[in-house]
Design a protein around this ligand. Structure first.
Ligand code: ZN
Ligand code: ZN
Length: 394
């Protein structure tokens, strides 16, 4: 068995109880986080993203050591790269930042006092992690805890790395059948799902979702899965409208009439203005995007004169079990919106693709356990295999 070991791997042995009730010993090979050369993407400052060597982590009490294998690049990551994200401008967050709040990985080891997790478990983790002891946390509003961290954003390293040390209390186990690409997008799906639930509980009716980017599409997929809607996507890019139509959604360039329930998933001042304009008297607008600007020209008088409710939505507190169930049961497969994957050493390419992409680019995902060489080989295969589209992504 020792002959199977190679540099960077190690053998593990676990005792498992089989379906017949017998205890059986199994062995396997996992990456050895203490011997391999570890890498992490680091935002050093505005427009300065580097990939550098990382020291292997050790889980402390209550913590997991995780091997991330799929990490989404999000609009918030691009704002961290640009230096415009609100936590940076108000001094809450500081560089260096290891990004990656949309991640999944496999448990490599568990720290003292951890229950409910074992080596080899596939997990995802929440972005907002409260202190767990203050009154705000006790009320379940841990995303607003004054001492919170936010994974990959605010005083906590994210998953765009070979290894991640993460508190078990903010992690969730997934069934092994869940694809890593679906798992990585559980975090933004949870943000979308929570945003939908910021709309009034009744009456249920048509929902206009302004912006058919990642969050807008995930809102649409979640709404359909849980019986909200019908949904109309409003998107000025024709390529995104075509993609939305391919998912079975109606998509138009401008809001055709006013809706009582509107989601602003654009993260742009003009998108927010269009969302307000497209909301019916007495209606509600949920704002899900950050536009990275100190002020946005919105006709505030119209909020009063037309009796509108404008609601922000931060993060995804309290919804993870429901959202994991949506994905684990296949009712929402968020990987359908992934358009590009990159190796960890190509993190700058991934950010560039996500930032400068044409509208046909959708979700960009970094795969920390894949090498750039294997990605290029797969791309070459994709380009030469007549059964597969000749694209540079995979
Ligand atoms: Zn995000
Ligand atoms: Zn707290």
């Amino acid at each position: 068995m020792a002959a199977q070991l190679s540099l960077g791997n190690r053998q593990i042995t676990r005792i498992l109880r089989s379906s017949s009730g017998r205890f059986e010993q199994i062995s396997g090979i996992v990456p050895d986080v203490n011997s391999a050369a570890h890498r992490q993407a680091v935002l050093i400052g505005p427009n300065d993203l580097r990939v550098r060597t990382q020291t292997g982590g050790t889980p402390g009490a209550g913590e997991l050591l995780i091997t991330p294998d799929a990490v989404g690049v999000c609009g918030t990551d691009l704002e961290l790269l640009a230096g415009t994200m609100g936590y940076l401008t108000d001094g809450g967050a500081t560089y260096p930042i290891v990004p990656g709040h949309e991640w999944t990985g496999v448990v490599d080891s568990v720290g003292p006092g951890v229950n409910g997790f074992a080596i080899g478990d596939r997990v995802v983790g929440e972005c907002s992690i409260g202190c767990g002891v203050c009154g705000v946390c006790a009320a379940g509003r841990y995303h607003l805890c004054p001492d919170r961290t936010e994974t990959g954003i605010l005083n906590r390293a994210g998953g765009m790395a070979s290894t991640l040390v993460f508190p078990a209390r903010a992690a969730h186990r997934l069934p092994p059948s869940v694809d890593p690409l679906d798992a990585a997008l559980i975090e933004p799906l949870a943000v979308a799902y929570r945003g939908l639930h910021r709309l009034p509980a009744a009456p249920i009716g048509p929902i206009a979702i302004v912006g058919a980017g990642t969050i807008g599409l995930l809102c649409a997929l979640a709404a359909r899965a849980i019986g909200m809607g019908p949904v109309l996507l409003v998107e000025h890019h024709a390529a995104r409208r075509r993609f939305s139509a391919g998912l079975g959604f109606d998509a138009v360039a401008t809001v055709p009439h006013r809706f009582s329930q509107v989601i602003d998933a654009t993260g742009t001042p003009s998108g927010t203005a269009a969302a307000v304009q497209g909301t019916a008297d007495g209606g509600t607008i949920v704002v899900l995007g950050l536009c990275g600007r100190p002020s946005v020209p919105v006709d505030l008088d119209s909020l009063v004169l037309r009796d509108l409710a404008m609601v922000g939505s931060l993060g995804s507190p309290g919804v993870w079990p429901e959202v994991i169930d949506l994905v684990a049961t296949g009712r929402v497969l968020p990987s359908t919106i992934v358009s590009h994957e990159f190796a960890l050493d190509e993190a700058t390419d991934a950010f560039t693709r996500a930032r400068d992409a044409d509208p046909a680019t959708r979700k960009v995902v970094v795969r920390p356990q894949r090498s750039a060489a294997s990605r290029q080989a797969a791309s070459l295969q994709a380009a030469t295999d007549p059964e597969r589209p000749g694209t540079a992504s995979w």
